[in-house]
Design a protein around this ligand. Structure first.
Ligand code: ADP
Ligand code: MG
Length: 203
């Protein structure tokens, strides 16, 4: 992948998550401890501080560098999980992936995040976004990248009626019902931003 495009993707994702961090924190205030936006902002700032050296690397190494930064800086439950996501994508992806390679890498990363979180879909976590996105990629014949962003956003919305059975929100039992999961929201936001940025770069 071209280093200019990689820099643009990292920059836009980082800035968007930082811009929406208050919203993520509000969601985490409702069903967690109110730090998800703060955690993600800290991680994004650390990545953005290194953007020149990260974007100069081939895609797999860049993803591993991002994963390492996230593990070191995000904290909470989401830090190790987002870190695992990026590290395993970095291990599984070739430098110039095609659609099939992306689908296979995302499926591998999904399994790695599940193992790290000892969690599965349906528990009101970011897996409820990563799962459907991975399924759609593996099914192939994606009509457009925009479809993937729609799937991610719909999947995040679909966490609202779920009762959390993993993570801090699970402590609330039935009171976790009726709120969007903060991690599902941040992952959908990241996917939407990647899609918008990639679509924009084609023009
Ligand atoms: P913490 O819960 O430690 O305060 P954050 O607030 O940063 O960490 O992140 C919370 C998010 O992490 C949740 O909204 C959920 O999506 C995700 N999460 C928490 N625990 C797990 C888990 N075991 N498996 C998958 N995702 C999880
Ligand atoms: Mg939290």
């Amino acid at each position: 992948m071209d280093s200019g495009l990689l820099r643009q993707l990292i920059g836009e994702v980082g800035q968007t998550v930082i811009a929406r961090s208050e919203h993520l924190t509000d969601l985490d205030q409702a069903i967690g401890d109110g730090d998800h936006g703060i955690n993600m902002k800290r991680g994004c700032e650390a990545v953005l501080a290194e953007i020149d050296s990260i974007a100069a690397k081939p895609l797999p190494e860049a993803l591993r560098a991002i994963g390492t930064q996230l593990v070191m800086t995000v904290g909470g439950a989401s830090g190790p999980l987002y870190g695992t996501l990026c590290l395993s994508l970095g291990k599984a992806l070739p430098a110039e992936p095609d659609a099939q390679a992306v689908a296979a890498a995302v499926a591998t990363a999904l399994a790695a995040v599940q193992a790290r979180g000892k969690s599965e879909r349906g528990q009101k976590t970011l897996l409820d976004v990563l799962g459907p996105v991975s399924d759609r990629l593996s099914a192939g014949n994606l009509n457009s990248l925009t479809e993937l962003a729609e799937i991610a956003n719909e999947a995040a919305t679909a966490t609202i009626p779920l009762q959390a059975t993993r993570g801090r929100a699970s402590f609330l039992g039935e009171r976790s019902i009726g709120h969007m999961d903060p991690g599902a929201c941040s992952l959908a936001l990241i996917i939407e931003t990647l899609v918008t940025s990639l679509e924009g770069s084609k023009k």
